[in-house]
Ligand binder design. Structure first.
Ligand SMILES: [Zn+2]
Length: 195
């Protein structure tokens, strides 16, 4: 039996019970009257075993960690490193973006600024995350033409710009241009690209 029950969404000041029932946990304050109230908006969490009520913030903020799969956007290309912004952790949320470094080792890593790719975090050097695109799931989910900037279309075994009729061989993910990934990209990312 689950001893923790996740309750409804609560607002600051909302009553969550009385001190005879629960101890106030994180995000909860006991009033002199004995009532327990939420101190910020979030989801009430009732721990029946330990008799504690707390409020979980709406957004659980977390940094990337080694082993996470992340969605990243290419920012700048250097000789050995593709500097990127980590936009989201897959299955979680980020409130700010972090820097990721994808080493330009191996085939098909001629990515261009604005390209979106899935990667695994393999190292954390003081907040700069080393990324890897090894594996079928990882690699580009949306790439753009070097020449005209248009989105590249997936053909049988390569990418193509319909406008320039140019073919590209790049390391892509099996999720290339799948809507579910692109929907998780913040809107401002697209605004940055101009259209
Ligand atoms: Zn083109």
């Amino acid at each position: 039996m689950a001893s923790i029950r996740f309750g409804k969404f609560v607002l600051p000041g909302q009553r969550l019970g009385v001190v005879e029932e629960y101890l106030p946990g994180s995000g909860v304050k006991a009033l002199k009257s004995g009532h327990l109230i939420a101190t910020f908006a979030g989801y009430a969490e009732f721990d029946a075993r330990n008799h504690v009520v707390s409020v979980r913030p709406i957004r659980s903020v977390r940094k990337p960690a080694v082993g996470d799969t992340v969605l990243a956007m290419v920012r700048e290309i250097q000789e050995k490193v593709i500097w990127s912004d980590i936009l989201t952790i897959v299955g979680s949320k980020l409130t700010t973006s972090y820097s990721g470094a994808l080493l330009r080792k191996g085939q098909g890593l001629d990515y261009v600024p604005g390209d979106l790719y899935l990667a695994k975090v393999v190292d954390d050097l003081n907040g700069i995350y080393t990324l890897s695109v090894e594996g079928k799931e990882l690699g580009l989910v949306q790439a753009f033409c070097d020449l005209c900037g248009r989105p590249l279309t997936l053909k049988l075994n390569h990418l193509e710009c319909r406008e320039c009729r140019r073919a590209y061989r790049k390391k892509i993910s099996v999720h290339y241009q799948r809507q579910d990934w692109l929907k998780s990209v913040p809107l401002e990312t697209w605004a940055m690209r101009g259209s």
